[in-house]
Structures are given as structure tokens and as C-alpha cells.
Design a protein around this ligand. Structure first.
Ligand code: SF4
Ligand code: SF3
Length: 569
């Protein structure tokens, strides 16, 4: 076994990728990711054991979250980017260790004297605090990093239940970090979120914690997941307004164009500003589609529509798009042709070897002129479909329709809502979700968010008294909107328990953002969530048992049997 990774739904053989990632991640990148995570666990331990105030360490906070984000499935395939990030994190970690010594000497000089006597001044904080190897190890080259990585990966934790819980927490934190990173790009952050992430990461190094304590920490991860999604929601809506019902064009115009993928709205805004009046159009791909729902982006005449589908269709869709593509985050599929590769640009936590990466300057500004220049020299997109799709049903828009929705439920016109948020993916088994949407009775409404929607957002499922049968709230983080809508309905119907609502949860997952969405829903008390197309490989039988017994989590069966089960409930 040259690597081991089981963090996403495509883990090889349903157990883990051992030679090369199904996602395209190679052994080196996998190992460097392991070492980066290990390093930031060490950073976390120093902060936690030293009781350092996270408010004083902005750079560390931002860089730790960037590191977590870089290791999300399909975000970054660039070995050099990981070597650079590990080097940076080790330097920041060692600075913190120095700080820890000074802080402690200041506050508990007496303790130092008693403990080390004359050696007081030279005392090594690693010994004083009994720091883990993650907080002290050194490497001086890429080769040394790869060698070190071999002993610090996922399988270094021998007990499979402890490993399962540690990874569940870590993957939740990765998703949380991604959302926090987008909020930060819009100027919003919360020190409590960083402090929790350090507490949780440090806990994954602590061999004395019991399984029960780790389960409690998992739920607490969900609590902070809710806080982070709320923060991002606030950041997005304060800056760009509340999403509103919007028809999005899926055809093309005859102008040169740039395709934007990923989740970062701040990057999109900068691109729209810079392409304004240049004759270059901008289209969204995959998770960037919901940007069209925000009022602030409607003023750009060159913001034309959405091109294509979910991330996994990109190989063919990027070919026919003809113009440059900007990745602001995951999900990247390794390009097969040089022609597509030469048109891919990355920014933020994303990266791909051989593709141009655009960095922000000190003030956060990104210069996209290279992409715009390239677009002007290339053909306009080839049309692959025509028509419109409708979305924009985030919390405020749905609250505005509350009377209509509540009346439809009271009159029996709507029997049940199905939350079908999450991710799409390339596995054939995911056709289940298209068939499920098609076969749902006509008196049901699908509430969706994330790229999972592409499995049914172009079907003609009709509407119920003017309410479309597929209500798209937005990106995966906008699952927060779906939770707010559920809580609002609970209030309107005067119920004590959110599980008494006529809402079923049939969620599709792929990567770690879906993990934080799931943990957030569990924290909010949602029970009986069905998760597919397969349960995570990182859940050991015992941990899966706890989730089944405590929260009623289940997998999926056949479309017909599941619809019967859900409708019968
Ligand atoms: Fe395999 Fe998924 Fe890990 Fe990629 S991210 S190596 S596909 S488990
Ligand atoms: Fe999709 Fe990658 Fe998860 Fe944001 S873009 S939901 S898979």
C-alpha cells in the first residue's frame, strides 16, 4: 500500500484508495496532504495546551483553514503547492512554540523555576507541555516530507473506531474550513470557530480520549458547522443581497467567454468587475450556478448564464466551452487534453500542476487579466443545450412565500417535502436520484442545495399551485437555508420537534463539505436521514451503529422501496 485515503464517497472498493485516488490524486499528493493535516494538528495542540488566544494569530488561523481546504477532495492536485504550504505551516508552528514558551514564562515563572531550577531559561516548551511529535517534527526537503508522511497518515491510528471518529471530525472540519474561507474572503470571521477547530484537531492527537468523548466532539463539530454556515450566509447576503427567484439561461451567446466553477462568490465578483465592458461573457459551471440568484450579480450584462452540469461532467463540457475556465475551489477533474489544461486557471485553495494559479495581492485583489486576454483569443462556447432553469429559493425567498406554502400543506396539495441536498458524482448508481425525483408523487416538493441538484433540475416536474416542485436554495452551504426553512415550518405549524414535519431527508454525498452539512443537520436534531449512494468508508461498523441507533441514519435501497418507505412514514 503506497497511500491510504478514504475521505470521499468514491473510495476505491468502498474501503479506501491505496495506489492512486479514484479522484486522480497521486501517491505523493496524498502523502503530502497527510503530512499537512498532521502539521496543523501540531499547531492546534500548541494553541490548545498553551491556552493561546486565537485572536492574536490571524495569519495562523487563516493558513490552518486554507490547509484544511486544500486537502478537500478534488480541490488541489499540485505537489509543489503542498510542499510550500507544509513549509509555511511548520514555520508558523515553530513561531507559536516560541511564543508559548514566552507566554508561559511570563505567567508562571514560579512553575518553571520549580520544575527546571537553573535550567529555567533554556527549558524546551515541547517538554514542559509534553507536546506531540506533530508539534515538533522537522523536515528539510520534499523527500523528507514524503518519508515522514508514511508514518502519520490515517492508518497510524490503529483502533478502527477511534480512527473512524478522528477522521469523521477531521473531514467535518475540512468542510467547515471551506465555508469559513469563503466568509473570510467577504470580510467575515469568528474567533470561536477557529478556537473550536484547534480544540477538535488537537483532540485527534490525544490517545486518552474515549470513543464517547470523540462522539460528543463530533456533534460539537456539527454545532460549529451550523455557526460557520450561518456566518457564510450572513457574509453572502450582506454583500450580495438575499437570493430571489431567478430564471437562469442554459444556452450561449456568440461572444468569447470565461467559465467560473467552484463556490467562491468574492472571486466571481472580481472577475465580473474585471470583464465588464471587455466584450467577454462569464458563465457559471456546477456549484457556481446559484450566484445568478443574488441581486448584486444581476447588474452585470455579461453574466450570461450557466453552462453544463455538475463537476464530473467537466471533461466533455470544458472541451465544448472553448474558452478559459477559472476554478475558485473544488471540484477539479484532472484534464485529459492539453487543450483544456492550457485553458484552466486556479485560485484560492485550488490548484493543478501546470495550470496558472492566480494569487491575491496584499489587499485581496486578484488580477484576472491573463484569463480575459486568453478568452479574447478563443472561440465562443458551443451550445450544448437551450432553455432556462429556475432557482433562488433560499430562506428569505421561501419565507416570503410562506403563506402559499403553508396553505398548500394544510389543503393537502403538498403532502411531503424531500430534502435532497448534497453532491453529485460520476458513479452510475447516482442515477437513483434522477429516478427518485421522477417517481416521487406529484404532491411532493424537493428542497435542494449543492451540486446534487443536477440530477433532476432539468426535468419537467411541474409545480404545485405555482410552487415549482424543485426548490433550489443554492450551493451546498445553503443547506443551512433548508434547515432554517424546516425550523420556520416547525414554528408555523406549532410543533415541538422538527422531525414531526412532513419532511424526509434523502441526501447524496461525495466530499467533505457534505460531511459538515450532515453533522450540522444531526446537531439541529434532524433524524432518519438517508445517505447515499453508499455510506462513508470511514465509518467503522461500530461508529455506523452509533449513528444508526442514535440518529436513525440509513443508506438507500431501491427507488420504489424507498419512496414507499418515505411516503408511508
Ligand atoms: Fe480516493 Fe476519494 Fe481519497 Fe480521492 S479523495 S484518494 S477518490 S478516497
Ligand atoms: Fe459539489 Fe464538489 Fe459536493 Fe458543493 S462541487 S457540493 S461535490
Amino acid at each position: 500500500m503506497s497511500m491510504f485515503c478514504y475521505q470521499c464517497q468514491e473510495a476505491a472498493k468502498g474501503t479506501g484508495c491505496e495506489i492512486k485516488g479514484v479522484c486522480g490524486k497521486n501517491e505523493q499528493v496524498a502523502k503530502l496532504q497527510d503530512l499537512l493535516i498532521y502539521t496543523i494538528k501540531g499547531v492546534s495542540e500548541i494553541i490548545v495546551k498553551g491556552k493561546l488566544d486565537v485572536k492574536e494569530f490571524s495569519e495562523v488561523n487563516h493558513e490552518v483553514f486554507n490547509s484544511l481546504f486544500m486537502t478537500i477532495t478534488n480541490a488541489n492536485f499540485d505537489e509543489d503547492a503542498f510542499v510550500k504550504e507544509i513549509t509555511k505551516m511548520i514555520a508558523l508552528r515553530d513561531e507559536l512554540r516560541g511564543k508559548l514558551f514566552v507566554e508561559n514564562a511570563k505567567s508562571s515563572g514560579g512553575f518553571f523555576r520549580r520544575l527546571f531550577g537553573a535550567k529555567n531559561e533554556a527549558a524546551d516548551p515541547a517538554e514542559v507541555y509534553n507536546l506531540h511529535d506533530a508539534a515538533t517534527f522537522q523536515v528539510d526537503s520534499k523527500a523528507a516530507m514524503l518519508q515522514k508522511a508514511a508514518s502519520v497518515g490515517v492508518l497510524a491510528t490503529e483502533n478502527e473506531d477511534v480512527r473512524s471518529l478522528r477522521e469523521l471530525i477531521t473531514y467535518g472540519l475540512k468542510g467547515m474550513a471551506a465555508y469559513a474561507h469563503h466568509a473570510l474572503n467577504l470580510g467575515k470571521e469568528k474567533s470561536e470557530i477557529y478556537a473550536f477547530a484547534y480544540e477538535a484537531l488537537a483532540a485527534t492527537l490525544n490517545d486518552s480520549l474515549t470513543a464517547e468523548e470523540l462522539v460528543a466532539l463530533t456533534l460539537k463539530t456539527g454545532e460549529f458547522g451550523v455557526a460557520t454556515m450561518a456566518l457564510l450566509d450572513e457574509a453572502n447576503t450582506t454583500k450580495y443581497g438575499n437570493p430571489e427567484i431567478t430564471e437562469v439561461n442554459i444556452g450561449v451567446r456568440n461572444n468569447p467567454a470565461i467559465l467560473v466553477s467552484g463556490h467562491d462568490l468574492a472571486d466571481l465578483e472580481q472577475l465580473l468587475e474585471q470583464t465588464r465592458g471587455t466584450g467577454v461573457d462569464v458563465y457559471t459551471h456546477s456549484e457556481m450556478l446559484p450566484a445568478h440568484y443574488y441581486p448584486a450579480f444581476k447588474k452585470y450584462d455579461n453574466f450570461v448564464g450557466n453552462y453544463g452540469n455538475a463537476w464530473w461532467k467537466q471533461l466533455e463540457e470544458f472541451e465544448s466551452f472553448n474558452g478559459p475556465i477559472l476554478f475558485t475551489t473544488n471540484c477539479i477533474v484532472p484534464p485529459k487534453s492539453e487543450s483544456v489544461k492550457s485553458r484552466i486557471f486556479t485560485t484560492g485553495a485550488s490548484g493543478y500542476p501546470g495550470c496558472t494559479h492566480i494569487e491575491a495581492d496584499q489587499s485581496g485583489k486578484k488580477d484576472f487579466s491573463k484569463i480575459i486576454q486568453l478568452a479574447k483569443s478563443l472561440k465562443s462556447p458551443t451550445e450544448i443545450e437551450t432553455g432556462k432553469i429556475v432557482g433562488g429559493f433560499a430562506h428569505e425567498q421561501v419565507f416570503a412565500l410562506a403563506d402559499t406554502v403553508v396553505n398548500a400543506v394544510k389543503s393537502g396539495a403538498i403532502k411531503k417535502f424531500f430534502v435532497m441536498a448534497g453532491c453529485d458524482g460520476r458513479m452510475k448508481s447516482r442515477d437513483y436520484y434522477t429516478e427518485f425525483a421522477e417517481k416521487l408523487p406529484n404532491d411532493t416538493v424537493i428542497l435542494t442545495a449543492g451540486c446534487a441538484k443536477y440530477k433532476y433540475n432539468k426535468l419537467d416536474l411541474g409545480n404545485i399551485g405555482g410552487i415549482p416542485r424543485v426548490l433550489d436554495a443554492g450551493q451546498c452551504n445553503d443547506s443551512y437555508s433548508l434547515a432554517l426553512i424546516a425550523l420556520k415550518l416547525k414554528e408555523v405549524f406549532g410543533l415541538d420537534d422538527v422531525n414531526d414535519l412532513p419532511i424526509a431527508y434523502n441526501i447524496a454525498w461525495y466530499e467533505q463539505k457534505a460531511v459538515i452539512v450532515l453533522l450540522a443537520l444531526l446537531y439541529l436534531g434532524v433524524k432518519n436521514i438517508h445517505l447515499g449512494p453508499t455510506l462513508p468508508a470511514f465509518l467503522s461498523p461500530n461508529v455506523a451503529k452509533v449513528l444508526v441507533e442514535t440518529f436513525g441514519i440509513a443508506g438507500i435501497g431501491t427507488v420504489d422501496s424507498d419512496i414507499e418507505l418515505f411516503m408511508g412514514k
